[in-house]
Write a new protein. Structure first.
Length: 171
């Protein structure tokens, strides 16, 4: 029983550190590849796991029996992730996100660093007329760091003009 309690404590600590790491990465501008843009998605990505952890920390207690604690540990994440799944299905069809219109430049030293022209995808309404130009740097494995950049002040010796087609789909 002692090992089970320490395992549960360490797993909760690990999940908390993971949530904190993701929050810090997002705070410093590192975006997931799907580029979460709306406040609802930010709440979904960072708020819901935090609520799950807080509810577990506040409900699992020595005064409760072990059966009650195990029930909280098992039931809370199941219901929470079921709600997250349902919210994800709803948000999948109602969100706007940045789409690469063209990949204009590629770094000569690091081909994964690119400069992209992006437009907001409005779903059935097409694409927004106002876009942005960003330098995209891969961070870790699943994240990219997007920095707005002015192509007029670009050092042409470091970049190669590639003009690749992006992810824009036309009917």
């Amino acid at each position: 029983m002692k090992y089970l309690k320490s395992f549960i404590s360490l797993s909760m600590l690990g999940l908390t550190l993971l949530v904190i790491l993701l929050f810090v990465l997002r705070f410093f501008g590192v975006e997931p590849r799907s580029a979460y843009e709306t406040e609802i998605e930010k709440i979904q990505v960072y708020g819901i796991p935090l609520v799950i952890l807080l509810s577990l920390f506040l409900t699992v207690d020595k005064r409760n029996g072990t059966r009650s604690n195990f029930t909280w540990i098992i039931v809370t994440p199941i219901f929470s992730y079921a709600c997250i799944f349902l919210m994800s299905v709803i948000l999948l069809f109602s969100t706007q996100h940045w789409i690469d219109f063209t990949i204009t430049y590629q770094n000569k030293k690091d081909p994964n660093r690119t400069i992209r022209e992006q437009l907001i995808d409005l779903g059935a309404h097409g694409y927004a007329h106002q876009g942005r130009v960003v330098e995209v740097r891969p961070t870790l494995v699943f994240f990219e760091y997007c920095v707005p950049i002015d192509t007029n002040q670009l050092r042409k010796s470091e970049w190669r003009y590639v003009n690749l087609e992006g992810d824009v789909k036309f009917p």
